[in-house]
Ligand binder design. Structure first.
Ligand SMILES: Cc1cc2nc3c(=O)[nH]c(=O)nc-3n(C[C@H](O)[C@H](O)[C@H](O)COP(=O)(O)OP(=O)(O)OC[C@H]3O[C@@H](n4cnc5c(N)ncnc54)[C@H](O)[C@@H]3O)c2cc1C
Ligand code: SF4
Length: 455
């Protein structure tokens, strides 16, 4: 720890977002950056606690105290080496991680001003790219064994990266036309510029990872792959979104959130869509059903497409406000009310709202009939009981986006050389968890192959 008193003298400073009136007209990243001096001062606030809860909270086990100290001292190379020893792609997490580590930071407990780990992580990584520290590894010694990775999302990429560096020849099979999974076709460009993914994929390719795009592998028939590969990684995420099969679901204007988000990201990548396939919020009243992060991404996208208004409804009660969650106290993640950059851009938010019916005229959506509800304790001790409150009402909407989460995939029993990771294993989660899971599977496969084939 370079400056033991820094946390007393220097306040937490976030880089903040571009002003709403500016950012709302484009899909560029909304987050800004601090200058080098300020960034180092932020790093100096890390207290190098005896028990670093940040390290415990980060699924990758990132060593924040170590790299914060190196950053404070201006030892950028060392900071990147320490960071990348646990995190294969810190340029992703540095932008879009909810930073479980910061909620667990002792300074969060002390005065709700945790160290800015996530932003520090992004700054270290961008400096490393800028200074040419991150170069393709040319010293990989091949071991003659082949591993297939199905799915090029963060979990598949993390597994591919680790196994490639261990000497395996890696082939990544991806259903989409390019790599990244939800990083590319879910998370909007205003949170993660896709050039950041391209830069990393180029490195992986230069290091020998082979990508085969537009290849949908039938997970029920892996026998062909099993013939050619010594092990197989399934990192196919959670392809099925939770739907809302109520009257009017077939009306034009009712879409799953990812239909909008993936199309918008593809448009920004230069792809064209016929007019009748375009999903746009332009000039429309938009209703987002689902109060989570995917819903919030729909709000930001709707604003940038020029919507008239956005409302977000959630069936569960409004979370507690403030920094602390009495039900889930520090150092755990507080399930408190979250206001994102997209919410700040303008949105009416409502909780305890059940959706009853989509209404339309001539096959097109015109509104949604909803019902305010209350949740009452279940006398039998099970799930709380939903009780209607007042009369149903209609929310005017010409575009509805269903953002109610994803179904956890079920897998058949695979052969012993087939390993599942990321959201495909855990259910819908976070990029940092997908990376950690991909790394764990890579280590497992290495152990398995060392024990079963002649390496
Ligand atoms: C809109 C949205 C916003 C999000 N925002 C954040 C955020 O800000 N921060 C955060 O930490 N997390 C966020 N998440 C969650 C995060 O994106 C996921 O947890 C993470 O991407 C999961 O990684 P994965 O590799 O397991 O799966 P995915 O990213 O889903 O990747 C799976 C890949 O497998 C491919 N695939 C599927 N089936 C096949 C097949 N049969 N053959 C070949 N390929 C196949 C898919 O095309 C995809 O490329 C968000 C999720 C969504 C939907
Ligand atoms: S990956 Fe996320 S939880 Fe881990 S150190 Fe970075 S910001 Fe914190």
């Amino acid at each position: 720890m370079g400056n033991p008193k820094a946390f007393l003298e220097i306040h937490r400073q976030e880089a903040g977002y571009r002003p709403v009136h500016d950012r709302i007209h484009d899909f560029g990243e909304v987050e800004q950056t601090l200058n080098t001096r300020e960034r180092k001062l932020q790093a100096s606030r890390c207290m190098d606690c005896g028990v670093p809860f940040c390290h415990w909270a980060c699924p990758l086990g990132n060593k924040a105290p170590e790299w914060n100290d190196a950053l404070y001292k201006g030892e950028w190379d060392l900071a990147y080496r320490l960071l990348s020893s646990t995190n294969p792609f810190p340029e992703f997490t540095g932008r879009i991680c909810p930073a479980l580590c910061e909620k667990a930071c002792v300074l969060n407990r002390y005065n709700h001003e945790p160290t800015t780990n996530r932003e520090n992580e992004a700054a270290i990584t961008e400096m490393a790219f800028q200074e040419g520290v991150i170069l393709p590894r040319k010293d990989i010694v091949r071991n003659g064994k082949n591993v297939a990775v199905i799915g090029a999302g963060p979990a598949g990429l993390a597994a591919a990266n680790d196994l490639n560096l261990m000497g395996y020849h890696i082939t990544v099979f991806e259903k989409n036309e390019s790599a990244g999974g939800l990083l590319r076709f879910g998370i909007p460009n205003f949170k993660l510029n896709k050039a950041i993914i391209d830069r990393r994929i180029r490195l992986l390719e230069e290091e020998g990872v082979e990508f085969r795009y537009s290849q949908t592998i039938d997970l029920g028939k892996l026998s062909d792959l099993e013939k050619d590969y010594d092990a197989i990684v399934i990192a196919t995420g959670t392809p099925k979104a939770r739907d809302l099969n109520i009257p009017g679901r077939n009306l034009k204007g009712v879409h799953l959130a990812l239909e909008l988000l993936s199309q918008q990201n593809r448009l920004l990548a230069g792809m064209e869509f016929p007019k009748d396939e375009r999903i746009t919020a332009k000039g429309k009243d938009v209703l987002v059903i689902g109060g989570g992060d995917t819903g919030s991404d729909c709000i930001g996208t709707a604003h940038r497409q020029g919507c008239k208004s956005v409302t977000q409804i959630e069936i569960m009660p409004r979370p507690v406000e403030g920094p602390d969650d009495p039900q889930n106290p520090w150092p755990n993640w507080p399930r408190t009310l979250k206001t994102t950059s997209s919410h700040e851009e303008g949105c009416s938010r409502r909780w305890n709202i059940n959706t009853l019916e989509f209404l339309g005229e001539s096959g097109r959506l015109t509104g949604v009939r909803v019902q305010e509800i209350n949740w009452q304790p279940n006398p039998d001790g099970g799930r709380p009981i939903m009780v209607e409150k007042g009369k149903p009402e209609v929310i005017k909407a010409e575009l509805v986006l269903l953002a109610m989460g994803f179904l956890k995939p079920e897998h058949p029993k695979y052969a012993e050389n087939v390993f599942v990771c990321g959201d495909a294993f855990n259910g819908a989660s976070l990029v940092v968890r997908a990376l950690a899971s991909g790394r764990q599977i890579a280590a497992k496969i290495n152990n398995y192959l060392k024990a079963t084939v002649n390496l």
